[in-house]
Design a protein. Structure first.
Length: 336
């Protein structure tokens, strides 16, 4: 599957027994398939698909964004009718209830007692891979939920052996301010128009996964200090790579691998060395390349946008204005 993320609207199937349901959706440069995972399904880093089953499916709207190692979806209930959700798969599930109150209902996560909590607003549920999750609601208010799916193999591994071997524990209706902040930022990305800011999306995903691992293992959230950031050779390697591929979509994993760091520690070290996150540095270099090209009066704005990786002139114009305060045409007129 192509690693570029795509926003799609999808609905779940009405058949619990369907192990594999393939339905091509509308695409923007690629095809995404709605593939259901069973407990026996072996997941791959680039093969996570939404797997929470919701019944009846016609009363919910679902929007999906997926990339290697992770998938995010928003679920909006549209009618005041009883509904049920079920999940059991080879991926971890973190469900965020942004809104939702029920007059009656029950929620179960394997390994924990049932809960009949009524007000679910700002609550999380964490279901480790292989665990069963089931709940039903008679809604008092319409729910809005964000589901975050994580490939266990793609989660950050702690350096301490005892911690890396510790399984993630299920949690039911808990609150966590740090987790909430990162989850809401990531959720917001799939509610707006599709963007090319892949590095930003992946960086948020890495941070959310790191917070989840620490939370699930009971580790204190005291960030270790990155002394000195990236080494000089690492800074040169990363900067040269971004410059050589400035018009392309560069993944966080690519950059981290170049300097032999985990994605999480690379993000922190990069920011300390360059004064900004990798995605912002990449965007800055693209805009600087655009400025050089716009200084030539014979070059069109459309050609410049395409040359630095934008498929639409409107997207390039918006990004350029955000970075410089001017439209590409306005900038071109000011320098030629």
């Amino acid at each position: 599957m192509n690693a570029h993320a795509t926003n799609v609207l999808s609905r779940t199937s009405d058949n619990f027994d369907t192990a594999l349901c393939v339905a091509p959706t509308r695409t923007l440069g690629q095809t995404i398939f709605d593939r259901r995972l069973t407990p026996q399904t072996k997941t791959r880093v680039d093969d996570i698909k939404p797997v929470v089953e919701i019944f009846p499916s016609e009363i919910v709207e679902r929007r999906v964004l997926t990339w290697p190692g992770m998938a995010v979806e928003t679920v909006r209930v549209t009618k005041h009718r009883r509904f049920e959700s079920r999940f059991r798969a080879g991926v971890h599930l973190l469900a965020l209830f942004e809104e939702g109150e029920r007059s009656n209902g029950s929620t179960f996560v394997e390994g924990l007692p049932h809960s009949a909590l009524r007000n679910l607003r700002r609550k999380f549920v964490f279901v480790p891979a292989g665990h069963e999750y089931h709940d039903w609601h008679e809604p008092r208010s319409l729910a809005r939920v964000a589901n975050f799916y994580f490939d266990p193999a793609a989660l950050p591994v702690e350096s301490e052996p005892a911690m890396s071997d510790m399984p993630l524990a299920p949690r039911l209706f808990f609150e966590d301010a740090t987790l909430w902040d990162h989850a809401i930022k990531l959720k917001t990305l799939i509610e707006g128009p599709l963007t090319n800011d892949r590095l930003y999306r992946e960086a948020l995903g890495v941070v959310l996964a790191h917070e989840l691992v620490h939370l699930g293992q009971g580790a204190p959230r005291v960030a270790s200090i990155v002394r000195g950031g990236l080494a000089a050779w690492q800074q040169r390697t990363v900067a040269d790579y971004i410059e050589a591929h400035v018009s392309e979509h560069i993944s966080l994993a690519e950059l981290a691998q170049l300097v032999r760091l985990s994605s999480y520690h690379f993000c922190r070290a990069f920011k300390q060395s360059f004064g900004m996150p990798p995605h912002r540095y990449h965007t800055q270099r693209r805009m600087e390349r655009a400025k050089l090209m716009l200084a030539k009066p014979a070059v069109s704005v459309t050609d410049v946008g395409m040359a630095i990786g934008f498929s639409e002139t409107s997207s390039f114009t918006s990004a350029f204005r955000k970075a410089t305060g001017l439209t590409p045409t306005g900038y071109q007129r000011s320098v030629v």
